[in-house]
Every structure is written in C-alpha cells, then in structure tokens.
Design a protein around this ligand. Structure first.
Ligand SMILES: CC1(C)[C@@H]2CC[C@@]1(C)[C@@H](OP(=O)([O-])OP(=O)([O-])[O-])C2
Ligand SMILES: [Mg+2]
Ligand SMILES: [Mg+2]
Ligand SMILES: [Mg+2]
Length: 578
C-alpha cells in the first residue's frame, strides 16, 4: 500500500501499549468494587454521579477532612486579604480549587465590592504594593469580575510609563507579568505591563545565571516557569504536579494544604487510570490501530488532551467520550493528511456529508472501517444523551463531522494542486480543520443536562469564542507540527502562508504566529468576561482547549512525532502516585 505513492507519517508505535495500561494499578483505587467496572459503570448517569466510586474510602475520608480544614483556613483563619488571595492562587495551581468554588467566588466578590466602594468614595488613592494589586487583578478577572486596568495607574510615572523603581520588586513584577495576560483589546496599560515586566524578569534570570547566586531559588524557578508560559495560558491539571513540587519547597507552605494537594492528586490519578484502562479495552477491540497502521495510535496522549479541559473527577464519562472523539479525529486527519489519494478523500467527504451508510461499498476498506467505527461512536453518544434527556443530537454530530471532513478535503485539494492559500483563506478553513467546533460541541453534549436548543443553534453562527479558541489551538499546532508536516508533504500551514505573503523568514513568520496567538487571547479574554450566548463552563472549555494546544506543542510536536516530550507528564498524571 505504502509503495503505491502513498505518503507515510512514520509515526512511532505507542509508548503506552495495551498491556502496560492494563497492568497499571494504584493503591488509591477501590479494590472491592474493581470487578464491576465493565458493568454499566461508564454510561452517562452512573459516571456523572461521582468518580469516587473508584477510590478507597480511607483516602476519600482523609481528603474530606482536609477539605474542611482548608475551608476553615480560607474563610476564618486567614485575616489578611493578601493571604486569602495567595491561598486561592495556590489551590488553583495545584488543581484542588474545585473543592472551594463557592468560597473562592464569595471572597473575590467581597474584595471586588470593597474596591468599588473605595473607588467611588474618592478615598485617597489606596496605593497598595504591586504584588497584591496584580494578584487580585488577575484572580478577579479570571473569576469574571471586570476590574479595570486603571488599578495599575498608581504605579506609573508622570510620563505614563511604569516606575523604574519597580525593577527591584521581582515578586511584584512576576505578578504584574501574570496579570498582563488577562488583557483585552485596547488595554494599553496591560500591553505596557507585559513588556515592562518581561524585560526586567528576563534581566533577573540573566543576572541569576551570570552570578550563579540565587537569592531566592523558588522565586527564580517561578520566574523561569512563567516566562515559558504564563499561568493564564496553562491548563490546571497538566501543571498541578509542577506547582505541588514548587509549593513543597516553600518555607511558608501550609502542611494541611500540601497534604490535601497530594492526596487529591493521587485520587484523581486513580480515577483517570480506571478511565484509561476502560478506553484501552474498547480501543483494542476495534482493531483500528491494526487496520490503519499509518495513523497516530496515541490513546494515552489523546486522554492527556482531554484532561486539559475536563479535569474534575466527576467528568469521567465526558473524558471517555472525548478521548474516543480525539482518537477518531486524529485517524481521519491522518487519512486526509497522509494516506488517502485525492479521489478517495473526495469520495469519503461526500459519503460523510450525506452520512450515506449504503454507499459504504464505494469506499476502500480502511475508510469503511473508519466510517463505521465513527458511526458506532456517534450513535453510542447520541443514545446515551437520548436515554438521559430525550434530546436528539445525531444531526448535529453528523453536521460537525461533515464540516470537519469538508475542511480536511479543502486542504488536501490545495496540497494535491500545489496551491498556496492566502493567510485569510488558510485561517478561515483551518479554524474548522483544527477540529475545535467538533470538540467543543461534543463536549457540550456530554456534560450538559439539560441541553438547550438555543445554545446548540449558537454553534452554527460561527461564534467568536469558538473561532478564537480554534485560532489558538491551530496556531500552537502549526508552530509545533508544520515543519515535519512540510517534510512529509501536507498543505502549507500558517507559517508557510505568512512567509509566502510577506517574504518573511521562517523565524520571523514564527514570531508573527506567536503574535497572532497573543492577539487571539485578547479576544478570548473578552469572551470569557462578556459572552452571554454560552454557559460559563463552555467558555472555560474553549479557553482550556487552546491552552491544551499550547501545552501539547510547547516543545514541538509533543503528540505525533515526539510523544516522548510528555512521557514524564503522562507518568506523573496517570501512573505514578505522588
Ligand atoms: C486533534 C488535533 C489537535 C487536530 C487533529 C489531530 C490533532 C492532534 C492535531 O494533529 P495535526 O496533524 O497537527 O493536525 P493538522 O495540522 O493536520 O490540522 C490537529
Ligand atoms: Mg495532520
Ligand atoms: Mg490535517
Ligand atoms: Mg499540524
């Protein structure tokens, strides 16, 4: 088959194979109930209840005790607002804030109301230190409070720039840097803040490296980590382990908070592990990896994608279904990008557009296998939803798949016809081919009860929140994968389109794509604060899907060509307890 002029992705076999996954275990997994995992444990209603049915009671009990103690700490024992803000930030970064959502919202709301009162009372400007102002700004915006960038005006000189004396305040500069990523279009102070803080933080790292003296090693590590990716661009679960390790090194760490972070990390890991084992058994029996060996067989890495936006334990069913979705998207993407002839691809697109099961016979066997497996999958999802809430999602699932394959086929036709699309032509198609509309709509269907028809109709209005989420994932993907794709043979991607249009070098084009990601985040930040057409959880998923792309491709193609980039992440998240 490959000899018939078909391209190959030369993708390595999976690092985590079936036997490894099935042999994994965790002391946190409930032994007595392990036998009935294959019963109806995985359908929508059962799994939605709570994934704690997988966990040993003694660990659940300890975690519950610790949650009560941390709530008391957060609401009663911490007397200074800055202490509460620091603990909120630590709980979020270590992945345990989902236990304290109401308390966190209440604390941030009362701080926001106080600030508005003070501002309206024209009190003398309550000039606070940069550190606490920036931390409160970021957390408030993150939780939907439209705090103004003007809170930073008191740190500017009479020329409108930030005071040079702030350069000595590394902790404050780090928080100013983190806060600046919450910006929306037109917020010049935050644009300035990002440039100002970045320049001094980079200088701080250079000085540390040059002189070899780390005044505060933890602070230097935090600065380095932030300059790699700011907190606002990081997915919580993927980064929890780093923050727990960093918290443990701190002299001011709270032992109760640390113990909760560790025991919760291990409970969630045990839950994820059971889900991966279940999906792995399903994947093995499809035999698609055997039948379509040219495609990326990345079951565990596809699960790693889904914990980027479906992190809380109770979303087990959704993680299972979205991992299956990601597997099929990857396989269809590789059919269009790597293996199919143009004639086969156009036929496949037309059959998918009509969802014409009867026309299956016209397809080559590898496409028949893929189409029928996807048909089984969307019927399974649609039946689960219909059983739960009498809402028929089949037409929407088929439409989203048809749109995806149409965009894939457009890319294939550009490739085979050696056509170089303009940047606009490429981006308008690539915001669909990156599969974000399909992923976000499917996620909505598997986590929402009741599904609202009005929200579903909003999917079809090419909403900005979906477009800019797709833009971030698409551009992160192109930064990570397009050089290898160009070598193998694929449609020109954002970098190549920009080089062609502007005459820029590859490095200049890469910098421009990074700038486009920065611009897309301004749009998403506005959507997160003001979009009323979609539920908050949908908006969070949209932002997190972009973040998952920035995580996955941070060091190149960490999914297809170089899954070893995330070998450590997979081990610590799914297989090795803290
Ligand atoms: C789910 C995905 C994020 C989307 C389809 C498979 C992916 C893992 C990625 O793969 P890639 O081959 O880089 O996509 P594209 O560049 O061919 O669009 C793009
Ligand atoms: Mg591809
Ligand atoms: Mg593709
Ligand atoms: Mg790619």
């Amino acid at each position: 088959e490959v000899s018939r002029g078909r391209r190959s992705g030369n993708y390595e076999p999976p690092i985590w194979n079936f036997n490894y996954v099935q042999s994994s275990s965790s002391q946190y997994t409930a032994g007595r109930r392990s036998g009935n995992y294959e019963a109806n444990m995985w359908d929508f209603d059962y799994i939605q209840s709570s994934s704690s049915q997988f966990t040993e009671d003694r660990y659940l009990e300890r975690a519950s005790e610790l949650v009560v103690q941390v709530k008391k700490l957060l609401e009663e024992e911490l007397t200074e607002p800055i202490q509460q803000l620091e603990l909120i930030d630590d709980l979020q970064n270590m992945g345990v804030s989902y236990h304290f959502e109401d308390e966190i919202k209440q604390i941030l709301k009362s701080m926001y109301d106080d600030r508005v009162k003070k501002y309206n009372s024209k009190d003398s400007k309550n000039v606070r230190d940069l550190y606490s102002t920036a931390l409160e700004f970021r957390l408030s915006r993150q939780h939907g409070f439209t705090i103004s960038q003007e809170v930073f005006d008191c740190f500017k000189n009479n020329k409108g720039g930030f005071e040079a004396s702030l350069a000595e305040d590394t902790r404050g500069l780090l928080q100013l840097y983190e806060a600046s990523f919450m910006l929306m279009e037109g917020e010049e102070t935050l644009e300035q803040a990002k440039e100002f803080a970045t320049s001094f933080l980079l200088k701080k790292l250079e000085d540390d490296t040059k002189h070899g003296i780390l005044v505060d090693e933890n602070l230097s590590l935090s600065v380095f980590h932030a300059l790699e990716l700011p907190i606002h661009w990081r997915t919580q679960r993927h980064n929890a382990r780093w923050f727990i390790d960093a918290y443990e090194k701190r002299s001011n760490r709270n032992s109760v908070v640390l113990e909760l972070a560790k025991v919760d990390f291990n409970i969630v890991q045990a839950t994820y592990q059971q889900e991966i084992k279940h999906i792995s058994r399903w994947w093995e029996q499809t035999r698609l990896a055997e039948k379509l060996p040219f495609a990326r067989d990345r079951l565990v890495e596809n699960f790693l994608w889904t914990v980027g936006w479906l992190r809380e334990p109770q979303y087990g069913y959704a993680r299972i279904m979205c991992t299956k979705l990601f597997i099929f998207i990857t396989y269809v993407d590789d059919i269009f990008d790597v293996y199919g002839t143009l004639e086969e691809l156009q036929l496949f697109r037309d059959v998918i557009r009509r969802w014409d099961i009867e026309a299956m016979g016209q397809l080559p066997n590898y496409m028949q296998m893929c189409f029928l497996a996807i048909d089984n999958f969307i019927n399974e999802m649609a039946y689960d939803v219909l059983k739960e809430q009498e809402f028929v999602i089949i037409p929407h699932l088929r439409k989203m798949w048809a749109d995806l394959c149409t965009s894939y086929c457009q890319e294939a036709e550009w490739y085979y016809n050696k056509y170089m699309p303009t940047m606009d032509e490429y981006i308008n198609n690539a915001c669909i081919s990156i599969s974000t509309p399909l992923i976000l709509s499917n996620t909505y269907f598997v986590v929402t009860n009741p599904i609202e028809e009005e929200v579903v109709q909003n999917f079809y209005k090419n909403p900005d929140v979906v477009r800019y989420s797709a833009m971030i994932l698409r551009l992160a993907d192109d930064l990570g994968t397009s050089e290898f794709e160009a070598e193998r043979g694929d449609v020109p991607k954002a970098i190549e389109c920009y080089m062609n249009e502007s005459g820029a070098s590859r490095e200049e084009a890469r910098e421009h794509v990074k700038f486009m990601i920065w611009e897309a985040w301004k749009k998403i930040n506005k959507e997160l604060l003001s979009n009323a057409s979609f539920p908050q959880f949908f908006l969070r998923n949209a932002a997190d899907l972009g973040r998952a792309g920035q995580f996955m491709y941070q060091h190149g193609d960490g999914f297809g060509v170089n899954p070893h980039h995330h070998k450590e992440d997979v081990s610590t998240l799914f297989f090795e307890p803290l």
